[in-house]
Design a protein around this ligand. Sequence first.
Ligand SMILES: Cc1cc2nc3c(=O)[nH]c(=O)nc-3n(C[C@H](O)[C@H](O)[C@H](O)COP(=O)(O)OP(=O)(O)OC[C@H]3O[C@@H](n4cnc5c(N)ncnc54)[C@H](O)[C@@H]3O)c2cc1C
Ligand SMILES: NC(=O)c1ccc[n+]([C@@H]2O[C@H](COP(=O)([O-])OP(=O)(O)OC[C@H]3O[C@@H](n4cnc5c(N)ncnc54)[C@H](OP(=O)(O)O)[C@@H]3O)[C@@H](O)[C@H]2O)c1
Length: 245
Amino acid sequence: MSWLTGKIVAHRAWTETLFSLRVAAPQLAFQAGQFVRIALDVEGKQVARAFSFVNPPEDPVLEFYGIVVPQGPLSPRLAKLEIGERLVVASNPAGFLILSEVPDCETLWLVATGTGLAPFLSILQTETPWRRFAHVVLVHAVRHARELVYRDLIAEIRRQHENIFRYVSFVSRENALGSLAGRIPQAMRDGRLEKAAGLPLDERSHVMLCGNPAMLKDAQAALMERGLRKHRRRNPGHISVESFW
Ligand SMILES: Cc1cc2nc3c(=O)[nH]c(=O)nc-3n(C[C@H](O)[C@H](O)[C@H](O)COP(=O)(O)OP(=O)(O)OC[C@H]3O[C@@H](n4cnc5c(N)ncnc54)[C@H](O)[C@@H]3O)c2cc1C
Ligand SMILES: NC(=O)c1ccc[n+]([C@@H]2O[C@H](COP(=O)([O-])OP(=O)(O)OC[C@H]3O[C@@H](n4cnc5c(N)ncnc54)[C@H](OP(=O)(O)O)[C@@H]3O)[C@@H](O)[C@H]2O)c1
């Protein structure tokens, strides 16, 4: 593994705590859904953290979507990077939240909390989901409606794949028109998620979960109550997960 030098070419602040960075860096080979370690020098020491690619693999500019964790050593500094500043990127992307690990099925559910949206945006910008699945549902849960980011990109994906693609959002800490209230696992249990998507959540599905580890645990429990199993290469199932912390 080596470190590659990238340069910030665009920075977007979605809210006071949510940001996206676009980084020009030497070409990296990865699969949509994977992550890479990115790093900055902090008081003379290199601090590196995993970040999922938002961009699809063929895009020459890398894109990352992050949240400021106020006490965290890296994220507050990433959020302050300006155009032209340096960011180092590891040369070895990794991760198993990728469609080549997902068995064929009818409906692909991409279920995220917060910044867990990032790897699914990369996957949705490739051709593979549209070739392989009859239905693709993106589910994104946030605390506040203003955190429902990348709406333009999601609208464009919906426009391009309107017969296949559904988008369901959750806003948990305020009332928001057009979004479900509460949490994902509860809505998996009481049928509200299926109703919003207009699709059954059963063994004909594969569910990829990403984000908050507590959501991953609770959602897996809700899915297992429905007869879905964790996916393993040697024992294929219906649930794949990636925890962000
Ligand atoms: C495989 C993988 C992929 C990841 N991809 C992303 C990504 O695309 N975008 C991103 O923002 N983060 C991502 N993370 C988390 C990221 O690596 C850092 O942990 C995060 O940026 C905070 O860094 P920090 O150094 O400021 O604080 P850290 O010391 O790393 O984290 C401190 C605490 O902050 C909380 N926290 C960490 N990450 C998040 C988060 N994303 N959302 C809410 N709370 C969090 C947790 O409670 C954690 O214990 C990913 C992590 C993993 C393991
Ligand atoms: N987002 C903010 O406004 C904000 C502000 C200050 C600091 N932060 C920092 O950012 C971090 C949180 O980031 P975040 O808001 O992106 O992520 P988050 O706390 O993971 O919340 C995102 C969504 O996940 C839901 N969720 C949490 N636990 C769940 C579970 N067990 N099962 C199902 N759903 C669950 C939340 O619902 P609930 O609302 O019901 O929990 C919310 O809808 C914290 O570490 C905090 O320090 C965030």
